[in-house]
Design a protein around this ligand. Sequence first.
Ligand SMILES: [Ca+2]
Length: 501
Amino acid sequence: MVPAAGGRANNGDPMTTIIALQFKCYRVLGKFNSMNEKKSMMVNETVIRILKLSFVGLFLTLSPGLSVWAEEAQSETKTKPVNVLMMTADNLGYGDLHCYGNKDMKTPNLDRLAAEGVRCTDLYSSSPTCTVSRASLLTGRYPQRNGLIHQLGKEENRSGIGLRHSERLLPEFLKLRGYATACFGKWNIGFAKGSRPTERGFDEFLGHRSGNMDYYTHVYNLVHDLYRGTEPAHLEGYSTDLFADAACEFMRRHAQKPFFIYLPFNAPHYPNPGSKAPGEPCIWQAPDEAFAVYGYSPQTQDEQKRYRAVVTALDTAVGRVLDQLEALGLAENTLVIFFSDNGAFMRKGAGLGCASNGPLRTEGLKLYDGNIRVPGIVRWPGKLPAGRVCKEMLVHMDFFPMTLRATGTERELDRKIDGRDPTATLAGKAASPHQALFWGYQNARALREGNLKLVSPGKSKPWELYDLQADIGEKTNLAANKPKVVERLKKRYADWLGSMK
Ligand SMILES: [Ca+2]
């Protein structure tokens, strides 16, 4: 188990208290030593001598060798950079985890992570789709600023530039501070020469180029899609497990070096009929053990049951990675972040009838909260309290500056980013770092300011206004009753959009 915040800093044991006393005495002595007046010199020197002798005597009596221990502990704390493990799920809905209220879903490892860290109720993605969300996360910038505002197509996934090369990714900054970096999982932001993970700041990559590789055959629209570095990799296994295993193995190899692992699982993305051989059923895939957790047959055709098995397999893999972190003694010094890249797609065959966005409204990709508000958990022992629920508005881009600051890398930043460090907010010491958040996808537009949500679901569609505190499901449109608020927020949206150019 990982101790709660503050446990390391002052656990109340006698050794810690003595060390604190030692530092206080040194501070007092320092002040005396800095006094110059001749008049007080003699008195001071006498006091200092008495204090020094008393202190040394007390210290030697109580704890011989303690100062050596204290120096080592201080030195270790100062010189040990924080590791970052950033895990993402794919299309996991706001209501899909047990710790988010889904009583039918078994996700004990993510529930445990929430109990040891902070669970977010109002965390957003800056996009309702995979490609755009991921590019925004890795650049810390709104899609409208980094330029990648559309979902990549088949050929773009395989060989397109995707995110323009003038953008700099999070691992590129971490490399400047000596971090070992790796990406294991779904890339989905371009795989042309110069666009590939190992050419964009990651030392290692095992994963798929596209948005939805088959979990077992590793095929995307009839073409092999699993790569190691820049070369095809032909491995056997369930993709969730392959990625988790790669992360564990990387941690074992880099236990003595600071690391950043980006672990974008492809689960629980819906199955793609284009990736199936002729006659092969297009169903959610999971290992037999994940079905067994529920007592289901792996042959069941029930979509709901199969989806649950996929999510539980994801949870099991997350648990294995966390266990590895702990076994290596790294859990206390590692910032762990988990969230979904976007909400569940509530379309037939793509989540409808089996995934859940909880109480949130979902319609196509029209930017109601079901598309963009996501489950998210952050654990950072000693920095964030255990078992806290954060209800402040945050966005996944915030994990970019959070990672930079946690790793001491922020000085390397050379461009404007839109994420804001959420550490104080997550700790309960500050309100949201954002006055407002903004979205634009295809013809849909949205803004959230406080509890107000302004959304236009499509071209020529009038703006709608909702109060999310009173109406989390965006059912009661207040626009007709509050035209001035609508006008003010419309202007705010226009100003934001203008600032992106
Ligand atoms: Ca997604």
